[in-house]
Design a protein around this ligand. Structure first.
Ligand SMILES: N[C@@H](CCC(=O)N[C@@H](CS)C(=O)NCC(=O)O)C(=O)O
Length: 230
């Protein structure tokens, strides 16, 4: 099997920090599929020009080029149905999508306001001007203004995790006794944060922190070495 995955990287190839790319790395490991990682920077749009859009993850497989993490996850599931399932049944697939949507629409907007200046500090030098300009335009203020006073916003961020905490007090993974796509949808969010920022997002005694540790323990050694820069 030849699978190639374009993954967003910082200055170092090993600093993989896109939550969406992490979802797919975790999904590939779940299915036991080996792949070639192609580290990619924000300003390397030409390398993924064939997709007609400028974002990663992008996956190449069997002469096809796919993008958008959900589309890729469904492709993996449908191409290798005999391998461990990412979703289980149709209800599990809908649950996985819901959790991914929740991470995208609730967790990521809150987190980006904590991490923006840290991201700018760790990306490749050639990406910095593009990143500052595009993000300052998006937020309507400087990067520094976005993250100013962020310490006071860690506790409200933790409160957003209440739905995770409630479930993880009952069972080891969001998907039950073992992890699947819904777990990876949110794990990607935390791997993103750890790759770029020294902020302590989770209290030690938070069940969410214990869940994150359980997921880290299941990663391949190669992926585990990429999950912590701080
Ligand atoms: N809906 C897409 C979102 C992908 C996305 O936003 N990727 C970001 C990195 S986290 C990106 O490539 N951004 C490029 C840019 O901002 O120029 C997915 O689920 O894959």
């Amino acid at each position: 099997v030849t699978v190639k995955l374009y993954e967003l990287a910082g200055a170092e190839d090993a600093r993989l920090f896109s939550p969406y790319c992490w979802r797919i790395r975790l999904a590939l490991e779940h299915k036991g599929l080996s792949f070639t990682s192609l580290p990619w920077r924000f300003t390397e749009k030409d390398r993924i020009a064939a997709t007609g859009q400028g974002k990663v993850p992008v996956l190449e497989h069997d002469g096809r080029t796919l993008w958008d993490s959900w589309t890729i996850a469904v492709h993996l599931e449908e191409t290798w149905p005999e391998r461990p399932s990412l979703f289980g049944d149709a209800g599990g697939r809908a649950f996985g999508r819901f959790v991914a949507d929740w991470a995208d629409t609730v967790l990521h907007p809150a987190l980006i306001r904590l991490l923006l200046t840290d991201i700018h500090a760790v990306i490749a030098a050639k990406d910095r001007a593009y990143f500052r300009q595009s993000r300052e335009e998006r937020f309507g203020m400087s990067l520094e203004q976005v993250t100013a006073g962020r310490e006071a916003r860690i506790e409200p961020f933790r409160q957003l995790l209440a739905p995770l905490r409630a479930g993880l007090a009952r069972q080891p993974f969001l998907c039950g006794e073992s992890p699947a796509f819904a777990d990876y949808a949110v794990a990607g969010t935390f791997h993103w944060a750890r790759a770029v920022s020294p902020l302590v997002l989770l209290a030690d005694d938070d069940p969410v922190a214990a869940w994150r540790e359980r997921l880290l323990a299941r990663l391949s050694p190669a992926s585990r070495s990429l999950t912590r820069f701080y």
